[in-house]
Ligand binder design. Structure first.
Ligand SMILES: C[S@@+](CC[C@H](N)C(=O)[O-])C[C@H]1O[C@@H](n2cnc3c(N)ncnc32)[C@H](O)[C@@H]1O
Length: 250
C-alpha cells in the first residue's frame, strides 16, 4: 500500500460548505488526524481510525501523520476552514522540513476549504471587495508587539481587515487593546462585523460602527471584519449589507 497525506479544510461548519474533493478524500482515508472538535466532524466508518488531539500539539500531530503515511497509511489531517489559514498545512511542512529525509518522497496534498473570513464576508455582503489583510490576534505563537505593529500599519495602509482568534478566556484584554488602536487610527464610524459560528445553527452576525464595538462581542468562535475608509453599510429591509467598492479614488 502506498501512503499519502492530505491536509484538508472542512470549511466553517456547514456540511454543504465542505468541498466534494475533501469528501472524496476522506472516503478514501485510513486515518484522520486533527484537533478534537474538527475530528468530531468526520463520520466514523469501518476501516477508518480517528486520531483526535489537543490544540497545542500541532507539530506532534503533523509528525504522527507523516509517520503513518510513511508506514503506508492514507492520512487526512483536518483543519476547520482552509488548512493554509492559521492551521495545519504550515505545521505539516514544518514537521516535514525537520523530519526524516524519506518523508519528502511521500505524496502530500493540500485541499482548500472555505475560510472563516470569506464565509463571514459572504454573509455580510462584500466587505472584503477591495484590498484586505488577515491577522491572527492570538499571541500564542508570536509576540503581542508584532500584532500591534501589523494592526497599526494595516490601518495606516487603509486595508479592510479580518481578525482570527480575536479573544479567548486566557487573554481577554488583547482584543480591548485592538479596539483602542483601531479607534485611534480609523476614527469612530468604521463598520465592524462580528461574525460568530458562521454557517452553523449558532450563527450570529452583528454590524456596528467602531465606536459601538465592545470586546465582549467577540470570542474564539468569532471572526471580526473591519472595513476600510471606503466600506459602506446599506440598509436592505432590516438587514445591513456591508460592502467595499471595487475601486479606490486617486
Ligand atoms: C485557529 S483559527 C482556524 C482558521 C481556519 N483554518 C479557517 O480557515 O477558517 C480559528 C479561528 O477561525 C475563526 N473561525 C473558524 N470557524 C469560524 C466560523 N464558523 N465562524 C466564525 N469564525 C470562525 C475564529 O476566529 C476562530 O478563532
Amino acid at each position: 500500500m502506498t501512503g499519502w497525506v492530505a491536509i484538508a479544510g472542512l470549511g466553517p461548519g456547514a456540511e454543504a460548505l465542505v468541498t466534494p474533493e475533501v469528501t472524496a478524500t476522506l472516503a478514501d482515508a485510513t486515518d484522520v488526524v486533527g484537533y478534537i472538535p474538527y475530528v468530531a466532524r468526520v463520520a466514523e466508518r469501518p476501516g477508518l481510525t480517528l486520531h483526535a488531539s489537543d490544540n497545542r500539539v500541532e507539530v506532534d500531530r503533523a509528525r504522527h501523520a507523516l509517520q503513518m503515511a510513511a508506514e503506508g497509511r492514507r492520512v487526512v489531517v483536518v483543519s476547520s476552514g482552509d488548512p493554509g489559514v492559521f492551521a495545519m498545512a504550515a505545521a505539516v511542512f514544518e514537521a516535514l522540513e525537520a523530519g526524516a529525509p524519506d518523508w519528502r518522497d511521500l505524496e502530500i496534498r493540500v485541499l482548500p476549504g472555505i475560510t472563516a473570513m470569506l464565509a463571514a464576508s459572504a454573509r455580510a455582503g462584500a466587505p472584503l471587495g477591495h484590498d484586505f489583510c488577515a491577522i491572527n490576534l492570538s499571541d500564542n505563537l508570536k509576540p503581542w508587539a508584532l500584532i500591534e505593529k501589523r494592526l497599526r500599519l494595516a490601518a495606516e495602509a487603509d486595508f479592510a481587515m479580518a481578525f482570527y482568534n480575536p479573544r479567548s478566556k486566557a487573554r481577554p484584554e488583547g482584543f480591548a487593546r485592538v479596539l483602542e488602536v483601531l479607534r485611534a487610527a480609523c476614527g469612530d464610524d468604521r463598520p465592524v462585523i462580528f461574525a460568530r459560528a458562521v454557517s452553523t445553527p449558532e450563527e450570529k452576525l452583528t454590524v456596528v460602527p467602531l465606536t459601538e464595538a465592545r470586546p465582549e462581542m467577540a470570542d474564539m468562535r468569532t471572526v471580526v471584519l473591519v472595513g476600510s475608509s471606503l466600506t459602506r453599510v446599506l440598509r436592505a429591509g432590516d438587514r445591513p449589507l456591508v460592502y467595499t467598492p471595487r475601486s479606490a479614488p486617486e
